[in-house]
Design a protein around this ligand. Sequence first.
Ligand code: PHE
Length: 353
Amino acid sequence: MVASDIDTEPMHEHVVVKRGTRSGLPIVVAVHSTALGQAIGGCRIAHYPHWRDGFTDALRLSAAMSDKCALAGLPNGGGKTVVALPPDATPDAAARRALLHDVGDVIAGLAGAYATGPDVGTGPDDMLTIAERTPHAFCRPVDAGGSGDSSEHTAVGVLAALRALCTERFGSADLSARSFAVLGLGRVGGHVLRMLADAGATLVAGDIDETRRALADAAGAAWAGPQDCLTADVDVLVPAALGGLLTARSVPTLRCAAIAGPANNQLDAPATAGLLSRHGVLWAPDVVVSAGGIIHATAVELHHETAAQAAARVHGIADTLAGILRTARATGSTPAEAARSRARQRLRRPPPR
Ligand code: PHE
């Protein structure tokens, strides 16, 4: 982040950093904005060199969630929880439970300003454990009354975004005519790969975890290491792992024509959006592409919509992205700038509740 961002962006409303009373682990809950309504954002449990790195990540991720909610037209703001695991720690079942209860207590202390959901390192069962301490947890398992695993809905949104991106960049939404490199085969990336295979796309896939090669084989995708996947000679790169992969260093090595994927915070810094444009790569803002999970969960759990209504909202990502790419083209700005200004507009004029 550069100084000008700090000067012009409103600061976070509320950030809690607490050493878990049971787990002893650092827990960060960042509430970026409640201007449009309750702040929502997943709970990430991940390894960091130092808890301060987890803190910085929580600040960035929660700010991005405000844009994600605003652009998705949700009556919600952005937040995020990060539990920073020391590099060598792997909590066992009991330690994990303790840590999730610690998270639940911190969220309970925010009195409804923030609700959590699944993210990197957490899933529906973890939401159920958090819910033992606070009602503010989305995506509990369906048999426990929640909307369940959000990863498939996120992937459906990614496919909708890819069709809109291909229409803008290649003049056709037909995915079978295109090649894709899917980088990261976790829960969302795995679904995206399978859906692209079903659509008849030509595929390359990669992950730091070699055991996920079986997923690539099953989808008929060529296997590549993460680095080769990033620089693969394909039409579209689909980042589906951790963020920060698009940098001043990596952009010049890209050989794709366009990028859209569910990884959060793909750009290391705002200026990288300009580098991508100058390198001839059309980048779909991750805050738009990755919104399927949160759109589905809020549609079902807050608005009590049917599966079909929720699915229609997730498919709306295609129109949102198409509009942003069109605006960017018409105004000569980057898609990142077009998305930001649209989010700002919405934040200035909150819809009636
Ligand atoms: N990890 C999700 C995201 O980044 C967060 C989320 C999903 C929150 C579903 C609530 C429900 O969008």
